[in-house]
Design a protein. Structure first.
Length: 459
């Protein structure tokens, strides 16, 4: 109380209104050290509820989840150093961690060759506390079913709360396409980010429905599943709709043991398509007319424009994808450096594909995470990332068929489906680095490792 009053007085005199948060941070730090799960669970609950806040014109953060990420990473790093036996040997030697460390090691190498070293170093630091919060922490916390259920429920119910608030706000505009971005703010930057996280919650609701045996609770879960599905429809996000279809397909592919094979075929087809478009500059035939690429407030017109390649978001993606592919020939090995796409891409753009939003005031990137990795970390970076994805999908499929416990089987199946959904949305966006979807990606990795280790003794 004394610390709070002092901070409040100093804040009133200096107009630094963040100072009263210091005593609460101290309490949180103490509570976190005494109960390592508390801060982590708070972080999971805060993910859908967090919002972007610009501290200055050049520095922004996500409140409160990014602060909780830092705190969680620091606490669990100190805990693991203080307790050497906290992480079993089986976890430290797990193949999924091995593939992750290879990817991180190469990313560290590309930072050394970055065209903008300071930007890349900041990226590396941010990546470190993401991994501390969403890989190290869950590996230490999710030691049993109860801990996993608690964490998943907190995340799920927080997202349901945001969905209900957004739905009520969206209803004031008659669930119009033009009103969806305003409805999901300030929790999400736009309907794309909102829908990407929302679609990943649908397989979790399905898993809870299968696990629940009490009829009364099953009805509530079914209602929440229907609400989430309806909200996804009214998010008007083409990528998330596609992710829902690929996620449904993933159920059958995992059951048939075809998931990894189909993913490898998809990669092969993508490479063939890219080579076909590059051959003799064939992609130039699909250049749009600058005057016809506009933003449509009516969703029907938006879909028609997408089909005709006259929607501005689709046209702008082509502009950046072409610029990105052209960039790769200049730095194929180490890339331009992590988080440096914006600083480098404009000289590589082709005027024929330019749109009226190509000035890119938002400083957004290439809208394809695979291409972004190739541009910023070179061909080895893309190869290591694809290797990690293949390993993740393999383990989801392998664990589903190996495990007999229903809870962990559903965990492996649901994780595999979510990973397919994340892969899908990242073909049209680059959300692995965001707090909303990136957190889910790394949580999936940690959950697969824990499902494997927690069931090793199963007969």
């Amino acid at each position: 109380m004394g610390l709070f009053i002092t901070a409040l007085a100093v804040a009133a005199g200096s107009e630094n209104y963040w100072l009263p948060g210091i005593p609460f941070a101290a309490l949180l730090l103490y509570a976190g050290w005494m109960n390592k799960s508390l801060v982590f669970y708070g972080l999971l609950f805060s993910l859908p509820l967090s919002f972007e806040y610009n501290l200055s014109s050049t520095l922004g953060t996500d409140i409160p989840d990014e602060l909780l990420m830092l705190l969680t990473s620091g606490l669990f790093l100190l805990y693991s150093l203080n307790n050497k036996s906290a992480l079993p040997k089986e976890i430290k030697q797990h193949p999924l961690l091995f593939f992750l460390f290879i990817l991180l090691a190469w990313m560290s190498v590309t930072i050394l060759f970055s065209t903008h070293p300071l930007v890349s170093v900041k990226y590396g630091l941010a990546k470190a506390w993401y991994l501390g919060a969403f890989v190290l922490a869950p590996l230490l916390v999710f030691t049993n079913k109860k801990a996993i259920l608690t964490g998943v429920k907190l995340l799920l119910y927080a997202m349901l709360l945001v969905t209900l608030v957004a739905g009520i706000r969206h209803s004031s505009t008659g669930y119009s396409f033009a009103g969806i971005n305003e409805a999901v703010s300030p929790f999400f930057r736009n309907h794309v980010n909102y829908s990407a996280m929302l679609v990943c919650m649908i397989p979790v609701w399905i898993a809870f429905y299968k696990l629940e045996k009490r009829p009364g609770r099953r009805k509530w879960i079914l209602l929440f599943l229907l609400v989430s599905t309806a909200a996804l429809f009214f998010s008007y996000a083409r990528g998330a709709w596609l992710a829902l279809l690929t996620g449904l397909a993933a159920y059958g592919l995992i059951y048939k043991r075809w998931l990894v094979t189909v993913f490898l075929v998809f990669i092969l087809l993508a490479v063939v398509a890219l080579c076909w478009l590059k051959n003799n500059d064939r992609y130039l035939r699909y250049a749009h007319k600058y005057q016809t690429t506009i933003f449509h407030k009516d969703f029907g017109e938006h879909l028609v424009a997408t089909y005709k390649l006259k929607d501005v978001s689709t046209a702008e993606r082509f502009y950046r994808w072409i610029a990105g592919v052209r960039m790769t020939s200049d730095k194929p090995l180490t890339g331009f450096g992590p988080n440096t796409f914006y600083e480098n891409y404009k000289p590589y753009g082709i005027p024929a594909f330019k749109t009226w939003v190509s000035d890119n005031k938002e400083h957004s990137t290439v809208h394809n995470y695979f291409l972004l990795t190739l541009i910023e970390q070179g061909y080895p970076g893309l190869f290591f990332f694809l290797l990690l994805l293949v390993a993740l999908l393999y383990y989801a499929q392998y664990l589903y068929h190996r495990i007999r416990d229903q809870f962990y089987r559903l965990l492996a199946l649901t994780t595999g489906v979510i990973l397919v959904m994340i892969i899908t949305v990242n073909c049209l966006s680059d959300l692995v680095e965001t707090d909303k979807v990136g957190s889910l990606f790394f949580l999936c990795l940690a959950l697969l490792i824990r499902a494997d280790i927690n069931t090793r003794q199963e007969k």
